[in-house]
Design a protein around this ligand. Structure first.
Ligand code: 13P
Ligand code: SF4
Length: 317
C-alpha cells in the first residue's frame, strides 16, 4: 500500500466513521505523521490520550504507548496498527526483576520511564518521560533514595541535572539510541563546527557530548539534551543554520517541517527503530477497517499503574 491521496482519504473517512483519533509519535514514518490528528512526544501524546473525547484511539507508536493510553482512558477502545511493535528498552526490565530490586531498597521511591510494560508501571511510584524526568526526580524529597529505570543514559542525565547521589540506575538501554555513539558525534561535530547539537538523553553519546563541551571541543551553548518534543521547540528558536540530530531518524520529518530554513542532519542515519516502522500505511488502513489490534490492559494491572502515570502527566505541565 502506497501512501497516496486515495489512501489518505480512506484513512480519514474510516477514522471519522469509527469516531477514532489517530495519534502518532515523532518517530513514525512521514506518511503516518502527516495523516495523524496529533503528532508528538511520549508525554504530549499521553496527555492527549487522557483528554480526547472520541470513542477510539488509534496509537501509531509502540505497544507501551498504546498501553499507557489505555491506562489513562480505560473506557475507550485503544488500538495499535501492529501489536508486534514492541520496544527494546521496555524489554530491558521485567516486573520480577523490579520486585527483586525493590526488595533490596524497600524505602526507595521508584521512578520508571514511560518506556516500560504496564506491569512494571504497576510497581512504580511515578512515571516520567524524557521531557519531564528531571522535574519528576527533583520533585522527590532529597533524603529519599530513588530507583530510576530502565534507561541508563537518561538516568545518568537525570543524576547530573539533579546533582543527587542517592539515585540508583538500572542498566537498560534502547538499542537504537545506544547505537548513536560518542565517536560518531565527535567526528560530526568537528566537521560541522557551527552546527547546534540536539541530543536525545537515551543516546549513548549524551555523556560524550557534555564531555566534548566540558573540554571546549564544542561550545557548551550548542549542546542541547532534549526530548523529541523539546527538539521541536528548540528548532523553532535556534539561530543555527545547521543542526546535528542524535535520535531516531523519524524525528527529522517534524524538525524540517517546524524549521524549513534549517539544515537538519542525522548524527547516525542508520538509527531507525524497527518497531516504530512496523506501523506502515497498510497496517494503519487494516487497523481502521478491521478494528485491530486492540490493546487491553488487565483492569487490576491498569488500576495499579494509573496513579504513577497520572503523576507523570501532571508534573512539568
Ligand atoms: P520522547 O518522544 O518522549 O522523547 O521518547 C523517545 C522514545 O524513544 C520513545 O520511544
Ligand atoms: Fe523503544 Fe528505542 Fe524504539 Fe523508542 S526508539 S520505541 S526506546 S526501541
Amino acid at each position: 500500500v502506497e501512501p497516496t491521496q486515495e489512501w489518505a482519504d480512506e484513512v480519514r473517512r474510516l477514522a471519522e466513521k469509527r469516531n477514532a483519533t489517530i495519534l502518532a509519535h515523532n518517530y513514525q514514518l512521514p506518511a503516518i505523521q502527516d495523516i495523524a490528528h496529533h503528532v508528538g512526544d511520549s508525554l504530549a501524546l499521553s496527555r492527549i490520550a487522557a483528554e480526547v473525547d472520541s470513542d477510539e484511539i488509534v496509537f501509531c507508536g509502540v505497544h507501551f504507548m498504546a498501553e499507557t493510553a489505555k491506562i489513562l482512558s480505560p473506557g475507550k477502545r485503544v488500538m495499535i496498527p501492529d501489536e508486534r511493535a514492541g520496544c527494546s528498552l521496555a524489554d530491558s526490565i521485567t516486573a520480577d526483576e523490579l520486585r527483586a530490586w525493590k526488595a533490596e531498597y524497600p524505602d526507595a521511591v521508584v521512578v520508571s520511564y514511560v518506556n516500560t510494560t504496564a506491569e512494571v508501571k504497576g510497581l512504580t511510584d511515578i512515571c516520567c518521560t524524557s521531557s519531564n524526568a528531571v522535574d519528576v526526580v527533583a520533585s522527590i524529597d532529597p533524603d529519599r533514595e530513588v530507583l530510576f529505570l530502565p534507561d541508563q543514559f537518561l538516568g545518568a542525565h537525570v543524576k547530573r541535572q539533579t546533582g543527587r547521589d542517592n539515585i540508583h540506575i538500572w542498566a537498560g538501554e534502547c538499542h537504537v539510541h545506544a547505537g548513536i555513539n560518542g565517536d560518531e558525534l565527535a567526528d560530526q561535530a568537528a566537521s560541522h563546527p557551527d552546527a547546534d547539537l540536539f541530543i536525545h538523553p537515551e543516546c549513548g553519546c549524551a555523556t560524550s557530548a557534555l564531555y566534548l563541551a566540558g573540554e571546549g571541543a564544542v561550545p557548551a551553548d550548542k549542546v542541547k539534551i532534549l526530548s523529541t518534543g523539546g527538539m521541536l521547540d528548540a528548532a523553532r528558536s535556534t539561530g543555527a543554520k545547521q543542526v546535528l540530530v542524535a535520535t531516531e531518524i523519524g524525528m527529522l520529518h517534524q524538525l524540517r517541517k517546524a524549521a524549513p530554513g534549517v539544515d537538519f542532519q542525522a548524527v547516525n542515519d542508520r538509527a531507525s527503530c524497527p518497531y516504530m516502522k512496523m506501523i506502515t500505511p497498510a497496517a494503519l488502513l487494516r487497523c481502521l477497517r478491521e478494528g485491530r489490534d486492540e490493546v487491553d490492559v488487565a483492569p487490576d494491572v491498569a488500576e495499579r499503574a494509573r496513579a504513577s502515570v497520572q503523576r507523570m502527566i501532571e508534573i512539568g505541565n
